[in-house]
Design a protein around this ligand. Structure first.
Ligand SMILES: Nc1ncnc2c1ncn2[C@@H]1O[C@H](COP(=O)(O)OP(=O)(O)OP(=O)(O)O)[C@@H](O)[C@H]1O
Length: 393
């Protein structure tokens, strides 16, 4: 039996909290119960002295959809597995709904898990796979039938009860995995790259279903992904990891428009980044002559080196001489068109500025602009309010 399958069964086989577990509730932990569902208090993990997770404080609120996003090896699965109890932290405390569970085994944490490889029992049909966690809890046959029927209905699999996992597509198998998780109403659902094995179209569809499910159930959900679009689309908040540390924790909007660092700006979406020097209030200079207005230089001194972020969709690009699109008073420059492409209803312009810098601009598809020949002169405009200074690292 695979390690993952064993883990799943351990979770699925959890009993209701016993006396021993309640005895572990510390007074301090109980006092923190309230809006916080999961609390990491200085939690770290080392493997033979190498840190997989540096000492981390993290709070997941009740009912929240929190994504753990980051490149490979950044510590996402380590956090998820520490919450699940399948990895013991090297230091720190974990509170679940105010209760210190640092030493509570996985089966007693009342969590649901969904894995990338579904981890279904191949010899059982869909009904029995979903019923499994209820059977190990000793629930009666009538209630099992009701709850399995309802869980399968929620994931759109009514009528598939008798199928074996191998007779189903990847997307359907993952729906079974989700039904098996929600059937026993866990207070927290942990999903580890649940859509990682599916193609883009199915991923998009199941993303919508997971989002709806989360809204309907109101359960706290922690979701590991390395796909930034998925994280931004699904989450109330995103916890972006880098090298075993939290790079930024915030709403998708905050990460996208107010990234805390160049790493965050780069990882989440596309960006134009300019090295610049602060030359006055809300004004910076790029290179020798180019002066830009920025949203704010508060907290920076004149002469300080900074990086300025402008998201491509905030830059309006048009062939030089064409009517300007709106009044984006503030910043402008000219350049030559290096490439134009049509991506999902947007036109993307890759531009080269006179000093050799590259710039990306994106806008709602514009037929006239799209027909602009490569090498033509383009004029770009954007507002100072959309030029954000990044904190220097
Ligand atoms: N059992 C282990 N023994 C030694 N090192 C480990 C072990 N498990 C994880 N690590 C290391 O800990 C770090 C964090 O791993 P983790 O699995 O949390 O990353 P991740 O962000 O989930 O990556 P991925 O997206 O590739 O799954 C990595 O450097 C990894 O090599």
């Amino acid at each position: 039996m695979s390690h993952v399958l064993k883990q799943t069964l351990a979770h699925a086989g959890g009993s209701t909290p016993g006396r021993g577990q309640q005895g572990m509730e510390s007074m301090e932990g109980a006092a923190q119960a309230g809006q916080d569902m999961i609390v990491f208090d200085g939690v770290s993990k080392q493997y033979g002295g190498a840190p997989a997770l540096h000492a981390t404080d993290l709070t997941v609120r009740k009912g929240e959809f929190l994504s753990l996003l980051g490149p490979s090896g950044s510590g996402k699965s380590t956090i998820l597995n520490i919450i699940a109890g399948s990895i013991a932290p090297s230091s720190g405390r974990i509170l679940l709904d105010g209760r210190d569970v640092s030493t509570v085994p996985p089966r007693d944490r009342q969590l649901g898990m969904v894995f990338q490889n579904y981890a279904l029992l191949p010899h059982l049909n869909v009904f029995d796979n979903v019923a499994f966690p209820l059977r190990v809890r000793g629930i009666g046959a009538t209630e099992i039938r009701e709850r399995v029927t309802q869980a399968l209905h929620r994931v759109g699999l009514t009528g598939y009860e008798k199928r074996k996992p191998r007779e189903m597509s990847g997307g359907q198998q993952q729906r079974v995995g989700i039904a098996r998780c929600i059937v026993y109403s866990p207070s927290v659902i942990l999903m580890d790259e649940p859509l990682g094995a599916l193609d883009k179209k199915l991923r998009d569809q199941l993303q919508g279903e997971i989002k709806r499910l989360h809204r309907d159930l109101g359960t706290t959900l922690v979701y590991v992904t390395h796909d930034q679009e998925e994280a931004l689309n699904l989450s109330d908040r995103v916890c972006l990891m880098n090298g075993g540390r939290i790079a930024q924790l915030g709403t998708p909007d905050e990460l996208y428009f107010e990234p805390a660092s160049e790493f965050v700006a780069d990882f989440v979406g596309e960006s134009n980044l300019f090295e610049a020097t602060v030359v006055g209030d809300d004004t910076v200079r790029v290179g020798d002559h180019w002066t830009l207005g920025v949203r704010s230089t508060e907290g920076h001194r004149v002469g300080q080196r900074v990086k300025v972020l402008v998201r491509p969709e905030k830059i309006h690009a048009a062939p030089q001489g064409a009517a300007a699109g709106g009044s984006l008073a503030g910043n402008h420059c000219v350049g030559t068109l290096a490439q134009v492409s049509f991506v999902g209803g947007m036109t993307r312009f890759d531009l080269t500025l006179p000093d050799g810098r590259n710039m990306i601009a994106k806008g709602i598809s514009d037929r006239a602009a799209e027909r602009s020949p490569i090498g033509c002169r383009m004029q770009m405009q954007w507002s100072a309010a959309d030029s954000v200074l990044l904190k220097t690292e």
